[in-house]
Design a protein around this ligand. Structure first.
Ligand SMILES: *[C@@H]1O[C@H](CO)[C@@H](O)[C@H](O)[C@H]1NC(C)=O
Ligand SMILES: *[C@@H]1O[C@H](CO)[C@@H](O)[C@H](O)[C@H]1NC(C)=O
Ligand SMILES: *[C@@H]1O[C@H](CO)[C@@H](O)[C@H](O)[C@H]1NC(C)=O
Ligand SMILES: *[C@@H]1O[C@H](CO)[C@@H](O)[C@H](O)[C@H]1NC(C)=O
Length: 424
């Protein structure tokens, strides 16, 4: 126990050093002792390309759109319409924690491109914190305000603005929503707090839903849970949260996984990833470094803490700032819970049998709060968290695609008869 605490604190110490040593905020690599490695990683990343380049490379037409949220974030989202069908039903795909839309377009039978082939008007959302696809009208990555968000804000602001933008630009008053991992939590937060969005979401398919996750078998998450109290009080007391977040983003999320994969080799990297997100044959192959890159689009530490709080509370509650601050903000020591009865959009919960977070037990817990939701457990193989988006096995990808399709292809959407505007 002491050993774990010690190693954990060392980790924080190292990150802390990284955070406080460099006063330079324009070139994050200038005083980075791993400069050579960072260079290799950057070269590597440049060869991977971005979402739009990848979609084009696979032969699909793609458009970029800019969505501004009520609180001033500007998100770049993408749209893919296959020419086969003139006016498909709008479908929004939202990626998980620290991921960009890249996870939905890796192969031609990845979820996003498959759905475009099926005639859907597929939109790919990105969230605040993504260093490639988000910015703010006033704040930069160097401002604390930029990073002051958890999955709640992703739901209230990013998801709602994205949904409204899409409905403004299509012939429909409703859409199909497909969310993955942490995006399932932010979407439930929106649908619970702003129930009018239930009318806009005709069907919500959640892949690896993470709303109620008390039964965690991820070794890495368990390690963080053991030290949750230290982490929380340390972060609450941290003066320069922006620098820490920016550094975490740069050093840990952007560089940690690729650095580990390139330095220690793919098998070590697979092992570490399996401790975090679970293992199944075919989850991780030689593309592990690519996966690592997808995993690293930027995230706020507050989002991560809020996920740990969910595990702790065994349900979805507002962000906890500590008892005193909670009383000031919410009037109660423990933050209020989200009311899942407010979520009325038809919901499908699809979990993997071997997912360390979104497993059958947690899925059962969610459906106790949402008895109307349809539950599906994927058990074709040791199905784990990443298999939804990164399985190298093309048959597994087809299997997921069919599961999604059979739950959306009978959905009818209300047309928007008044929208005679400039939609295309
Ligand atoms: C940090 O970045 C901000 C925004 O880019 C800039 O205005 C400021 O001058 C920078 N500070 C330092 C010490 O470089
Ligand atoms: C949708 O269109 C209305 C009317 O043109 C506009 O007021 C609103 O800001 C738009 N919303 C988004 C998210 O684009
Ligand atoms: C939750 O929402 C339902 C449906 O609107 C309502 O009947 C119930 O009273 C709410 N529960 C709480 C605790 O607010
Ligand atoms: C569309 O038209 C209906 C009926 O004519 C009306 O009730 C509704 O408010 C209109 N919606 C918008 C967004 O203008």
């Amino acid at each position: 126990m002491n050993f774990l605490r010690l190693s954990f604190l060392s980790f924080i110490f190292i990150v802390g050093i990284q955070t406080s040593c460099s006063q330079d905020n324009t070139s994050s690599e200038r005083q980075n002792p791993f400069n050579g490695l960072a260079k290799t990683i950057n070269q590597y990343k440049n060869t991977i390309g971005n979402t739009v380049q990848n979609i084009k490379k696979l032969g699909y037409p793609v458009e970029d759109h800019q969505v501004q949220t009520q609180d001033g974030f500007i998100l770049t989202i993408h749209r893919v319409r296959h020419n086969k069908v003139a006016s498909g039903k709008p479908l929004l795909l939202l990626p998980g924690l620290s991921c960009s839309a890249m996870i939905f377009i890796r192969w031609t039978n990845s979820i996003g491109l498959f759905l475009a082939d099926q005639g859907y008007d597929v939109w790919f959302g990105n969230s605040r914190g993504d260093i490639r696809y988000s910015k703010h009208i006033r704040y930069t990555f160097h401002d604390s305000e930029f990073w002051d968000f958890s999955w709640e804000e992703l739901g209230y602001y990013d998801n709602s603005a994205t949904i409204d933008y899409i409905l403004n630009n299509t012939n429909y008053n409703q859409m199909i929503l497909v969310t993955y991992s942490v995006a399932t939590i932010s979407s439930f937060a929106l649908l619970s707090v702003n129930p009018e969005y239930n009318d806009k979401v005709a069907t919500h398919v959640t892949l690896a839903p993470m709303t109620i996750v008390p039964y965690q078998t991820s070794v890495v998450m368990s390690l963080f849970m053991i030290h949750y109290d230290i982490l929380q009080s340390w972060y609450n007391g941290l003066f320069d949260k922006a620098k820490f977040n920016h550094r975490i983003m740069n050093m840990v999320t952007m560089h940690f996984w690729p650095a580990m994969c390139l330095t220690f080799g793919h098998s070590f990297c697979k092992f570490a990833m399996a401790l975090f997100l679970g293992y199944s044959p075919g989850s991780y192959d030689e593309n592990i470094a690519v996966i690592a890159y997808d995993l690293s689009s930027g995230v706020s530490f507050k989002t991560f803490l809020h996920i740990l709080q969910q595990i702790e509370y065994k349900e979805m509650r507002r962000y906890s700032y500590g008892e005193d601050e909670n009383i000031k903000r919410y009037g109660t020591k423990i933050p209020p819970a989200f009311n899942m009865s407010q979520v009325t959009s038809p919901t499908v919960l699809i979990s993997g049998i071997n997912d360390p977070g979104s497993n059958p037990i947690n899925s059962e817990m969610i459906s106790r709060k949402m008895p109307q939701a349809k539950r599906i457990i994927l058990d074709k193989t040791m199905f784990t968290h990443c298999d939804f988006v990164w399985s190298t096995d093309t048959e597994i990808r087809d299997y997921i695609n069919q599961k999604i399709l059979e739950n959306i292809n009978t959905v009818t959407l209300n047309p928007n008869n008044n929208n005679s505007g400039n939609f295309t």
